[in-house]
Design a protein around this ligand. Structure first.
Ligand code: CTP
Ligand code: MG
Length: 216
């Protein structure tokens, strides 16, 4: 990513409630913190901004600017966006340690070309809408995708999308939703199974195993 005018924004201000081990930024996998993992595919980025939970001391030795996150992911990203100084942003969850440089390059290239791009994956399992406790209608999985990060945008566009969401009271779990709510199309690129989000306790041994052989 050398030479590209991009700000990398890492929302890392969550409390990791489903995992139950405190904020994920400082959780160690394979001997490194999730924050270190999350930053590693962005080496060479001109600017890196990280939102941490209020009151947490920024770690030393990392090439990043730290600020205080908000109550929701959306608020944390909004604060990071305010501080971003370059025309493109890549927004990446701290909870996704295994992102290849190839994935970053794909997202970045599509975002530069279109203004908004996100990685997606097909769903491996059968999907249903349960009827109470019983098996319900099958939802055709061919029509659906799982959405990952990093997500890339023109900075001005994502700022406008966040401002619009704030005015309209729209709450979203990722940034592409807000850009789409504004009426702007978001391009899709191929995601990676390894870029999964560490969310539940069962995800940790998987991450530990992957950390042993991972070389991006
Ligand atoms: N996040 C954030 N600010 C918040 C809430 C979440 O920056 N107020 C970040 C998290 O740090 C994470 C991403 O948004 O990088 C969302 O991933 P998620 O798995 O939901 O992380 P947590 O919110 O920490 O976990 P949980 O929802 O289980 O509490
Ligand atoms: Mg969360």
């Amino acid at each position: 990513m050398g030479g590209v005018e991009v700000s990398v924004l890492i929302p890392a201000a969550g409390n990791g409630e489903r995992l139950g081990l405190g904020p994920k930024a400082f959780l160690r996998v394979g001997g490194r913190t999730l924050l270190e993992w999350a930053l590693s595919p962005f080496q060479g980025a001109a600017e890196v901004l990280v939102a941490l939970p209020p009151g947490l001391k920024p770690p030393r030795g990392l090439r990043a600017v730290f600020l205080e996150g908000g109550k929701t992911r959306q608020e944390s990203v909004a604060r990071l966006l305010e501080a971003a100084s370059l025309p493109l942003v890549l927004v990446h969850d701290v909870a996704r340690p295994f992102v290849s440089r190839g994935l970053v390059e794909r997202v970045l290239a599509a975002a530069q070309a279109t203004g908004a791009a996100v990685p997606v994956l097909p769903l491996p399992d059968t999907l249903i809408r349960p009827e109470g406790e019983a098996y319900g209608e099958v939802v055709p999985r061919e029509a659906l995708r799982l959405v990952q990060t990093p997500q890339g945008f023109f900075t001005a566009l994502l700022r406008e999308a966040h401002a619009y969401a704030r005015r309209r009271g729209i709450a979203a779990t990722d940034d592409a939703q807000l850009v789409r709510a504004l009426g702007y199309p978001v391009a899709l690129v191929a995601g990676e199974r390894t870029a999964f989000k560490i969310t539940y306790p069962e995800d940790l041994p998987l991450a530990e195993a992957l950390a042993r052989t991972w070389n991006g």
